[in-house]
Design a binder for this molecule. Sequence first.
Ligand code: ATP
Ligand code: MG
Length: 321
Amino acid sequence: MRVLSGIQPSGSLHIGNYFAMMRRMIEFQKEHQLFCFIVNYHALTTVTDPNLLKENTKNAILDFLSLGLDPDKSIFWVQGDVPEVTELTWILCNHAPVGLLERAHSYKDKLAKGLSAHNGLFSYPVLMAADILLYQADAVPVGKDQKQHLEITRDIAIKFNNTYGETFVLPEPWIPEETATVPGVDGQKMSKSYGNTLEIFSSKGQLKKKVMRIVTDSTPVEEPKDPEKCNVFNIIRLFLSEAEQEELAARYTAGGMGYGEVKKELLARMWEYFAPYREKREQLVNDMGYIHEVMKKGQEKARAIATVTLDDVREKVGLNY
Ligand code: ATP
Ligand code: MG
């Protein structure tokens, strides 16, 4: 089965990205044909500083490799290194109803957050459809925020298949409930562009500051608390076994425990969890030659598959004459 997912180099990668997508992808490489990529064309919709985009892209590559993505077992590349995807995007634009794109929550959320309503942001789901359909992916592991984009992808694929004959595989979103939406420090969805993240690889001081800022209610220490409604609980549980989650939930409901105490535990857990990966990253960061070599190989593997689909599409729509 072909499993595909991408991540934007729109900022430092965070534990929402990790639990919803990165960790699962690294797990899937054992049993599936894995397609994993850094979607820098997508990041152009929000990042306008070229040096920042370059830095973020390198960091995202380093993050994935340090966390265990194996470039020999998978196809790991940078989206912009296979520009064929932009050609498919243009072709698919003609099968993407404007009304459908106007209803995209992610577009509306970004506008509400003050981003400007340009065509790149609006057409983001069409580029994403091209990403997925170009590689004929069967499954796409994502967070819940991407569910609607997957539906748009399927709609576009169905329209295209109806017009030109069976061409694209219809992809399924893979979204487990436990990691569907990881809350950020402000309680909203954790997002790079909302500045509310707990970064996978930040300094301990930075991380501590962020953890201490996690929004909680004002229930006094001695009173019972509802773990389900607590942002700190909903984050720390990602690092705990089921038994540990139950034990912590019991401490919430018993009363006598302050949120500060759980925040300290979260900091310690998270720091410990990523320790081996931090070490790996420190080694890799000094070997950018190796990184570029790896990405070049990834580009070649991805392009070999992309061109097969694109040749077929060009023929079907009549671009070959
Ligand atoms: P941006 O704010 O720039 O959109 P982001 O933090 O939302 O960045 P993306 O690169 O857009 O990250 O998404 C990468 C993957 O991580 C997607 O599969 C997305 O569904 C998932 N994801 C992002 N944030 C969360 C979250 N808070 N909870 C669960 N999944 C998430
Ligand atoms: Mg996003």
